[in-house]
Design a protein around this ligand. Structure first.
Ligand SMILES: C[S@@+](CC[C@H](N)C(=O)[O-])C[C@H]1O[C@@H](n2cnc3c(N)ncnc32)[C@H](O)[C@@H]1O
Length: 261
């Protein structure tokens, strides 16, 4: 915990690329200014915003227990939807960023590892509603709950796969199309995280965007992030503290950017 706080303070005071300064690549400049800082003011649909707000205040119970690395909030037997959504799901700001990423990138496929209750899923899907989205969740009650949330948003291209991330990712990989967006947000441990990202990177055709959540959640997750960004296939890494974004396009120059988001 102390380590996380120190890392956060370090991140806040890292000034080099604050507000997207000193970025010379036009592609990266566009991404940072129009997608991360939302200069084009793309707004998340009201339906998504309303549902997220409703679930942030929902006192119904969802069974706890996670197949992956448990958070401290997962220790009780049951959690309210409110607790899960506030502690374990993306925030409204992060959700809006996921929405802008899929809206900007127009992927041919979206892959999500770790559906939870479907909050991040609806933002990813709403940004590019025509794109097929495959999301994997290992807790059956959460998978069912998420399917209901997605249905309420009328996002028809989303398929929730119930099962272990490792196994289900292998099933999906043969169908991955060239341009994809992947959101890695399940089983926050070093080895599985490295393995998921490695397998996704191996499938990259022309271009892809991979978002890793909670890159400072633990030393292990941070080590995984540091390792992944050193791989030659990862051209650009953007460290936002709560999330890290990998841009995979062969004509980009290798760059690491840290941004206060
Ligand atoms: C942080 S939550 C996902 C939150 C969601 N992405 C959001 O922002 O709304 C991580 C989820 O991954 C699932 N998970 C963890 N390890 C897993 C594994 N090995 N196989 C399948 N699901 C797993 C957990 O059950 C949990 O619901």
């Amino acid at each position: 915990m102390v380590w996380r706080i120190l890392k956060y303070i370090e991140h806040l005071f890292y000034r080099r690329h604050r507000q997207g300064r000193r970025i010379h690549s036009p592609y990266l400049f566009d991404f940072v200014h129009h997608v991360i800082f939302n200069a084009s003011k793309g707004e998340v649909p009201v339906k998504i915003q309303k549902l997220h707000r409703e679930l942030r205040n929902d006192l119904n119970l969802v069974p706890a227990g996670t197949p992956g690395a448990p958070s401290s909030a997962d220790k009780s037997e049951n959690r309210t939807v409110r607790s899960f959504v506030r502690v374990s799901s993306v925030s409204r700001k992060q959700g809006a960023l996921l929405y802008r990423i899929t809206q900007w990138f127009k992927p041919e496929m979206i892959i999500e590892l770790g559906t939870g209750l479907g909050i991040s899923t609806i933002y990813l899907a709403a940004g590019s509603p025509e794109t097929p989205l495959h999301t994997i969740e290992g807790n059956p009650d959460r998978a069912e709950f998420a399917a209901g949330v997605i249905k309420r948003c009328e996002l028809e291209g989303v398929k929730v796969h119930y099962g272990d991330l490792d196994q289900k990712l292998n099933d999906i990989i043969p169908d991955i199309k060239g341009r994809f967006v992947a959101f890695v947000d399940g089983n926050h441990r070093y080895d599985p995280t490295i393995s998921y990202v490695r397998r996704l990177i191996t499938t990259v055709g022309e271009e892809a965007v991979i978002i890793m959540d909670d890159i400072y959640w633990s030393r292990g997750m941070n080590l995984a992030w540091q390792e992944v960004i050193s791989w030659p296939e990862v051209r650009v890494s953007i460290d936002l503290y709560h999330m890290g974004i990998l841009l995979l396009r062969k004509d980009l120059h290798k760059a690491h950017v840290k941004i206060k988001f």
